[in-house]
Design a protein around this ligand. Structure first.
Ligand SMILES: [Zn+2]
Ligand SMILES: [Zn+2]
Length: 171
């Protein structure tokens, strides 16, 4: 982990590991903005319920966040709002952890940044739009058609279809 920028989603669950099975605590997250590895979340809010189980700590929660994405039509950065649900068993002790599962270190700490990052990215739209009716960029001059009508006359036929039409006509 980067020593200069310790994760702000690193939690100490030592108190819970000492507690009886079934003990729960609620953790409120309320970050106006937070860097989670390589992405910035603005904001990150929500509630996590952490419960001691026989295998470790079960985390369950719902988070709300937003992060910058690029509109696929006009290429402008826009915030995509996402809701993230967490349902995760964090194993303890580390040596009792099945392969590929998350675990709490011997000292009781776990960094939830990789999990929050992964779950957020999964919820991001595949083809983000700045708004549903984004007009995109002019194919001729590149103007942002949301801002102005550049007046270009764009050939209605998609260039790929035009090529296909040529081929069909050759036949
Ligand atoms: Zn757009
Ligand atoms: Zn144009």
């Amino acid at each position: 982990m980067d020593k200069q920028h310790p994760s702000r989603l690193r939690f100490n669950f030592g108190f819970l590991l000492e507690a009886r099975i079934g003990t729960s605590r609620t953790i409120e997250l309320d970050y106006p903005t937070i860097d989670v590895e390589d992405i910035t979340l603005t904001p990150l809010t929500g509630t996590l319920v952490v419960t001691r189980t026989s295998e470790g700590v079960y985390v369950s929660g719902k988070l709300k966040t937003a992060t910058a994405v690029t509109c696929v039509r006009c290429l402008i950065d826009t915030l995509a709002e996402v809701k993230v649900s967490l349902e995760e068993l964090l194993y303890y002790p580390p040596e009792a952890t099945p392969p590929g599962e998350l675990f709490i270190s011997e000292d009781g700490y776990i960094d939830l940044a990789p999990l929050v990052r992964e779950l957020t990215i999964l919820e991001l739209p595949i083809h983000p739009l700045c708004k549903p009716a984004c007009q995109g960029l002019c194919q001729e001059c590149g103007a942002n058609l949301n801002e102005k009508d550049c007046g270009c006359i764009v050939d209605e036929i998609d260039p790929r279809l035009a090529k296909l039409k040529e081929l069909l006509e050759e036949d």
